[in-house]
Design a protein around this ligand. Sequence first.
Ligand SMILES: *[C@@H]1O[C@H](CO)[C@@H](O)[C@H](O)[C@H]1NC(C)=O
Ligand SMILES: *[C@@H]1O[C@H](CO)[C@@H](O)[C@H](O)[C@H]1NC(C)=O
Ligand SMILES: *[C@@H]1O[C@H](CO)[C@@H](O)[C@H](O)[C@H]1NC(C)=O
Ligand SMILES: *[C@@H]1O[C@H](CO)[C@@H](O)[C@H](O)[C@H]1NC(C)=O
Ligand SMILES: *[C@@H]1O[C@H](CO)[C@@H](O)[C@H](O)[C@H]1NC(C)=O
Ligand SMILES: *[C@@H]1O[C@H](CO)[C@@H](O)[C@H](O)[C@H]1NC(C)=O
Ligand SMILES: *[C@@H]1O[C@H](CO)[C@@H](O)[C@H](O)[C@H]1NC(C)=O
Length: 346
Amino acid sequence: MGEPNSRQLCLASLLLFVLIHSCKIAAQNVAVTAKPDIILKGLTTSLAFNCTFEDGAVYSLVSLKVSRALNSETIGQGYEELASVNSFSSSNLVNTSRENLTVSSSFAASGLSFLSLVWHSSDDLWTGTYKCEADFLDLTGHPKQVSNSAYVSGVSHESQMLVDEILSLKEENKVRETEALSYKELLLSFIASWNMKKNQTRDIIFTQSQEFNGSIYLLSRANVFDNTGVAQAICEIYDSKLAEIESNEELEFVQDFMKNNTDLFYFYYIIIGGVNNEGVNGTWVSPDSGLPLDYLNWAPGYPNKDTYAKCLGLWSYVDWKMVNVNCFKESLDWPKKFICERTLQE
Ligand SMILES: *[C@@H]1O[C@H](CO)[C@@H](O)[C@H](O)[C@H]1NC(C)=O
Ligand SMILES: *[C@@H]1O[C@H](CO)[C@@H](O)[C@H](O)[C@H]1NC(C)=O
Ligand SMILES: *[C@@H]1O[C@H](CO)[C@@H](O)[C@H](O)[C@H]1NC(C)=O
Ligand SMILES: *[C@@H]1O[C@H](CO)[C@@H](O)[C@H](O)[C@H]1NC(C)=O
Ligand SMILES: *[C@@H]1O[C@H](CO)[C@@H](O)[C@H](O)[C@H]1NC(C)=O
Ligand SMILES: *[C@@H]1O[C@H](CO)[C@@H](O)[C@H](O)[C@H]1NC(C)=O
Ligand SMILES: *[C@@H]1O[C@H](CO)[C@@H](O)[C@H](O)[C@H]1NC(C)=O
């Protein structure tokens, strides 16, 4: 009827090897996992890999090896070996010359084998591609190799700036007490929970809206007093960007969402996506795409002539219409929150 499937092929090979071998359906497989798979320089303190080789059909495992691409730009051109274990070395000693790397392994000619690496130095953590290779002998005694890779990424430049800022905040205590409380609340929850699932952290940092026109809006719970670049970076970490308002309907939805989630006693500013690097006479553009914003719904008298007010916000005092605000410091009485927009996938 159709093409022979793997079970039929396996049964065929079973006919050939029935007297000497057993036969299983699965093929040889090597897997590599990396935890965490995102590195925050300065905050991430260890990195663990586990390379596992599973028993498939009949084979004899010869070696397991973990290596990493020498340079992210030259993937495929060169890997450096980090650790290996093979069936020749007495008692299967792991071969590694690395400091700050703890290696453990379990090696068996058949069954489950693994080679695990834990990197302890935060100075030495590298992003890039890590490869795990298994060399084995197949049914007919021919050498074969299977491999798999795990990619460890870093965060973007902006997000790393956020992390650096958190680190310096932890050291200096220059910010005013009340200011620090609110700011630190946001950032420390970010640090403390970085290793938690991203979704859980998101719920600590943001209040989420209902869906509107294919997007979810995320309103920061704590205030940001410092700089909107930080807001942008946090949005980015959560697969979103500073909300860009494109219609009256969208503005009304966002206003409603904010009113439901802000304290009426404060004159809140809400930072949204929009910057103007040329001062009040320049064009307002999206910080994300750099394209001019088509929809602007200014409060009377805005944008004002404050040359430092080059970011776009909504302000409770003017019925949540658009105003230009300082991208950096703002008075404590007029706290700033920010709103991110995440586009839902189809
Ligand atoms: C690596 O993975 C194997 C298979 O899942 C597991 O038995 C082993 O404990 C893991 N090693 C470490 C160090 O986590
Ligand atoms: C041990 O690993 C190094 C590379 O890290 C390699 O040059 C050397 O040949 C290996 N030694 C053995 C016995 O496999
Ligand atoms: C090992 O870790 C220590 C402490 O983080 C660091 O000073 C040292 O340079 C590391 N060694 C290597 C070879 O990276
Ligand atoms: C995390 O959130 C995303 C977007 O809301 C969702 O698609 C995903 O299923 C969530 N993951 C978990 C583990 O809850
Ligand atoms: C809904 O989203 C689309 C695509 O971004 C946009 O073109 C449209 O203007 C939005 N509609 C409203 C009512 O905001
Ligand atoms: C705001 O709250 C009202 C009343 O609870 C609710 O009907 C409405 O859907 C909320 N709007 C948004 C955008 O969250
Ligand atoms: C904006 O344009 C007006 C009219 O051309 C001009 O008088 C004013 O000085 C400009 N302001 C700035 C900040 O460039």
